[in-house]
Design a protein around this ligand. Structure first.
Ligand code: DC
Length: 211
C-alpha cells in the first residue's frame, strides 16, 4: 500500500515542529524535521569558518560523530540555516534525502517548501502560521527555558529576517501551496492546534475515501 505523506509548512515559530511531533505520535507516523537538516549544514559551515553565502557545500542530528541536536537550535544557527537554505545545491541534496524518507514511510514532514516542492503530491497539506509577535514570544520563551542568552527585540528581528529571507529566495521559497489548509495558531493553545491539524488530516482522508 502507498505510504501516507503529510506536508506541514509555515514561517519560523508557528509551532510546526511541536505540533507535527504530537500529530506523528498520535498517528504512528515518522516525524521528519527538515529544518534540522539545514541547521546541521549551517553549523558545519559556521564551525569550519566557511562563508556560507557563497559555498556549495528529529530526530537527533549527528554531525561528524557529534550530537548537535541542542546546538543547532541556537540563534546563530537559525540565521545560518536560513542563509544556507538559499543555496540551490544544498537544497537539492537535502530534498533528495527528504523524498527518500517520504517514499519509504508514513511521514509528517515540516519545513518551508514541503507542499510546494518536496512533496507536491502529499496526501494532506497544512500551512501553519501565527502573527510575528506571537511567534517571537514563543521562540523567546523557548530560548529562555534553555538558558540561551538573548533579548526579545533581537529574537523578533531574527524572526523577521528569516521570514523575509525564506519567502523571498529564488529557489523553492516559503509559500502556501494552493491546496494547503491554512491554520493560524496565534489564538490557539498547543492542544487546540494539534486538534486542528488532526481534523484537517481526517477530513482530507474522508474526501479521498469518497472519491
Ligand atoms: O524550521 P526551522 O526553523 O528549523 O528551519 C531553519 C531554517 O532552514 C529556515 O529559516 C529556512 C530553512 N528551511 C528551508 O529553507 N526549507 C525547509 N524545508 C526547512 C527549513
Amino acid at each position: 500500500m502507498k505510504n501516507i505523506n503529510i506536508a506541514v509548512d509555515g514561517p519560523a515559530g508557528a509551532g510546526k515542529s511541536t505540533i507535527s511531533r504530537a500529530v506523528a505520535k498520535k498517528l504512528g507516523f515518522i516525524y521528519v524535521d527538515t529544518g534540522a537538516m539545514y541547521r546541521a549544514c549551517a553549523l558545519y559551515a559556521i564551525e569550519n569558518g566557511l562563508e556560507i553565502r557563497y559555498t556549495d557545500a528529529g530526530q537527533r542530528i549527528y554531525l561528524c560523530g557529534r550530537d548537535v541536536s541542542e546546538r543547532i537550535r541556537e540563534p546563530d544557527v537559525s540565521i545560518g540555516a536560513s542563509d544556507i537554505a538559499t543555496i540551490p545545491q544544498v537544497r537539492i541534496k537535502l530534498v533528495e534525502l527528504q523524498r527518500e524518507l517520504a517514499r519509504g514511510n508514513n511521514v509528517i514532514m515540516d519545513g518551508r517548501d514541503i507542499g510546494t516542492y518536496v512533496l507536491p503530491d502529499a496526501d494532506v497539506k497544512i500551512f501553519l502560521t501565527a502573527s510575528v509577535e506571537e511567534r517571537a514570544r514563543r521562540r523567546f520563551d523557548e530560548l529562555k527555558a534553555k538558558a540561551v542568552q538573548t533579548d526579545f527585540e533581537q529574537v523578533r528581528r531574527d524572526m523577521q529576517y528569516r521570514d523575509k529571507n525564506d519567502s523571498e529566495r529564488e529557489f523553492a521559497p516559503l509559500r502556501r501551496a494552493e491546496d494547503a489548509v491554512l491554520i493560524d495558531t496565534t489564538e490557539l493553545d498547543f492542544d487546540a492546534a494539534v486538534e486542528a491539524v488532526l481534523g484537517a488530516v481526517a477530513s482530507s482522508q474522508k474526501r479521498k475515501d469518497m472519491k
